[in-house]
Ligand binder design. Structure first.
Ligand code: DGJ
Length: 734
């Protein structure tokens, strides 16, 4: 059903809905915007959810209600966006200090508008529509009289998607400067209940580990102060009903569309009310707002599912394909690639590259990616970042010659960049040492022996842009990998006035988005892949510009079971780069079969990252067969529905499936083998009960109806005999 927004003037209530969700708000007698409901669709607006006014001792009553009225306290109401220091003692959504030093902030509703389409967010990635009738937006205007600041809250509801996009914008309408210390993108006061928190934390090479815990009284803050969305804490949380499972129960997801430092807080007060907030990291944040200036927050996507965590993920998958990544990539079949990084690291020659290309071509691989080491004088990770010109000593016949060689084979050519960084040993550093992000005393930590460029500065971006387009304009390049290999510290910017270093972090991200926008829109034909030491910036901000991300530097298939499982919570698998690499694995030292490595990597944007020139005939035959299998099933894998069936975080068996109307690929994995183990079964989901299917695996086949397969399940028989083993069932409608 199409998106609908109703304002009932008598009830002073707003109702955003489609066939899957409802979001309801109320403007109370004091013009406080209260939260009524977010969840499954309700048909009518009613006063049912309006919070009663009553007295709670030790809550305070705003001055406006007079001496003898104690029934009205901001601190007990479910609010849409809490103020600060004005009687709500829970977490504030914003903190603004005026010229006199007051941090009392209290915004009340004054007006609204409803329009087709989304709210355009300048300078930041956000959900989009291609036609205005795909969504409707409610814009609420709130005002703080004393502060003379306007707060604009945007709510967008989309056709057929259980997702609400929210963001906030603050405008200084006074004649004095103010400072913002905190400004959340969204705050949601959830009704009292027994909830769990689901989060994705990790580290380099161990991204997006799933953790679920009970929410207790108090404040829990999950965040990144790393200048990026980070390997360590993905900007996503979900609030689950206590009994919610993968397939049953209520789950509400919150995902920031932002690539920088962020924070997510969950506060349960002693009355069991829950407040959920997401936004830019407030520690160190200090944004100066002059008269008439405004500050726009990133967007949050709030998704609802009453079909468990899988339902939530599937909604996000669909939404991201339609409204976050460029829409052409929703269906665009991504080429099977080979990347030379783990095959050669920095140590490649033209001959080696040609050998890899020749072999890749024989195996049916479609895209060759030349990774780090082709520019400046880059032989290791100590030099040359910032010098985006060819390293002639290493590639004497030039990049164009390599690109031509690849293209002559009928393959595509890709190239690696790390545009946001600078090495001390570089031409760029010699000429512009002040372009390094450093504090006022010139302190700057190194990470991977490199510095960060001050992307907040226009002249820095211009330089990198000019260097990059010189390469991209002169050489036929089909794919670019945009890497970023350290976190950001000393975020003071030499270009900002003295009191503005609290802006540097966010200005960096705004600058990054500006550069990404200029580069990606200039090259419509180039497929961009985002990377940050693997999955250090796997967020919806980056996905808006680049429809796929290198999921992790960890290519070990056992580690990948967890990493890909966790990542599937937030994004569709056609955004997840997944490569078969060497065995023993370079990150974990684990030895696994080439078939097992492929079985795990199939659930993603597939590729290879190993020296295929040194493999034996059997391994090469396996790869050729794997590439054929992936290509045959690519449309299904990249556009079908991904379902998690058995969790690697819970046991030895892992399973997932990908299906469309005609076919399902059902993947079953066992991590360690056991003696005398139970005879396991797997039960697929989402088949049509009335359709007969042909089930094929490892040379065997049988026929069964969907209801039989889903209810009786399939025995894992013959049993798997080794550690790290997999079985793939191809289930095709007859
Ligand atoms: C980190 C990336 O994740 C790797 O794939 C590779 O591109 C290296 N950087 C190159 O320095």
């Amino acid at each position: 059903m199409v998106a609908k927004i109703i304002y009932d003037e008598n009830l002073k209530m707003f109702h955003l809905s489609n066939d899957k969700i409802s979001y309801i708000m109320h403007v109370d007698h004091h013009n406080v915007l209260t939260h009524i409901y977010m969840g499954g669709k309700v048909r009518n607006l009613s006063t049912l959810g309006i919070y009663p006014k009553f007295n709670r001792d030790f809550e305070v009553n705003p001055e406006e209600v007079g001496l003898d009225y104690r029934q009205f306290s901001l601190g007990i109401l479910p609010l849409e966006y809490s103020g600060n220091n004005s009687g709500d003692f829970r977490e504030p959504s914003l903190i603004i200090r005026d010229q006199e030093g007051s941090t009392v902030n209290d915004f009340r509703y004054i007006d609204h508008e409803i329009f087709d389409g989304v709210s355009q967010i300048d300078g930041l990635p956000s959900s989009y529509v291609e036609a205005q009738d795909e969504a409707k937006t409610l814009r609420l205007y709130l005002f703080d009289e004393a502060l003379q600041h306007e707060l604009v809250l945007n709510y967008t509801v989309f056709n057929n998607q259980p997702v609400i996009a929210r963001s906030a914008k603050l405008i200084n309408k006074s004649d004095q400067k103010s400072v913002i210390y905190k400004i959340a993108s969204a705050s949601v006061d959830v009704e009292p209940g027994d909830y769990d928190l689901l989060q994705l934390n990790g580290s380099w090479a161990r991204e997006r580990m799933v953790e679920r815990e009970a929410i207790h009284t108090g404040i829990k803050k999950l965040d990144s102060k790393r200048g990026s969305s980070s390997h360590h804490q993905n900007p996503f949380i979900a609030i689950l009903d206590k009994h919610t499972t993968e397939f049953r129960g209520k789950a509400v997801g919150y995902q920031l569309v932002y690539s920088g430092s962020h924070e997510m807080t969950v506060e349960k007060d002693p009355y069991q009310n829950l407040r959920v907030q997401l936004g830019i990291q407030s520690t160190g944040f200090e944004w100066n707002l002059s008269p008439e200036e405004s500050f726009q927050t990133p967007e949050v996507l709030i998704a609802f599912s009453n079909q468990g965590i899988n339902g939530l993920s599937q909604s996000y998958h669909d939404f991201i394909k339609q409204h976050i990544i460029p829409r052409k990539y929703a269906e665009f079949e991504r080429p099977v690639l080979i990347n030379n990084w783990e095959a050669t690291y920095f140590d490649f020659t033209e001959e080696k590259v040609f050998d890899l290309v020749d072999k890749a071509n024989e195996l049916g691989i479609e895209l060759f990616v030349l990774d780090d080491g082709w520019f400046g004088k880059r032989d290791d990770d100590f030099s040359s970042l910032g010098d985006w010109f060819e390293y002639h000593e290493k590639i004497p016949n030039g990049l164009k010659n390599i690109a031509d060689y690849v293209h002559d084979k009928g393959m595509k050519f890709g190239l690696w960049f790390e545009p946001e960084m600078i090495s001390e040993e570089s031409e760029l550093y010699k000429n512009h040492p002040d372009w390094v992000l450093h504090d006022v005393n010139k302190r700057a930590s190194r990470g991977r022996s490199q510095y960060v460029l001050d992307m907040g500065r226009q002249e820095v971006r211009e330089n990198i842009y000019t260097q990059m387009i010189e390469i991209l304009d002169s050489i036929d390049i089909d794919y670019v990998k945009w890497d970023m290999n350290r976190n950001i510290s000393e975020t003071y910017s030499a270009a900002l006035e003295d009191n503005k270093s609290g802006e540097a972090n966010h200005r960096y991200i705004l600058g990054l988005y500006d550069l990404l926008d200029r580069i990606t829109s200039r090259y419509d034909n180039i497929l961009f892949e985002s990377c940050s030491g693997g999955g250090g910036r796997f967020d919806l901000g980056m996905l808006q510009y680049m429809p796929q991300v290198w999921t992790s530097d960890n290519t070990d298939p056992i580690a990948r079971l967890k990493i890909q499982y966790g990542t599937s919570m937030i994004a569709p698998i056609n955004t997840m780069g997944a490569h078969v690499s060497a065995s023993p694995n370079h990150q974990t030292g684990r030895t696994t079969s080439i078939d097992f490595r492929a079985a795990v990597a199939y659930a993603g944007v597939y590729g290879y990252e190993l020296d295929i020139t040194s493999l034996n005939e059997d391994e090469l035959a396996s790869i050729a067969q794997q590439v054929r299998f992936y290509k045959e099933n690519r449309a299904l894998i990249q556009t079908g529905t991904f379902t998690r069936l058995m969790s690697p975080f819970e046991g030895n068996q892992v399973a997932w499936s990908i299906h469309n109307d005609n076919k399902m690929l059902l993947f079953y994995f066992e991590v360690l083998n056991e003696a005398s183990k139970p005879l396991h079964k797997i039960k697929p989901m989402y088949l049509d009960p009335d359709v007969k299917y042909l089930v094929k695996y490892e040379g065997s086949e049988f026929e069964a109806y969907g209801d039989e397969l889903m209810n009786l399940g399939i025995y894992i028989y013959p049993q798997l005999k080794n550690d790290f083993s997999a079985r793939i069932f191809e289930i095709t409608a007859i």
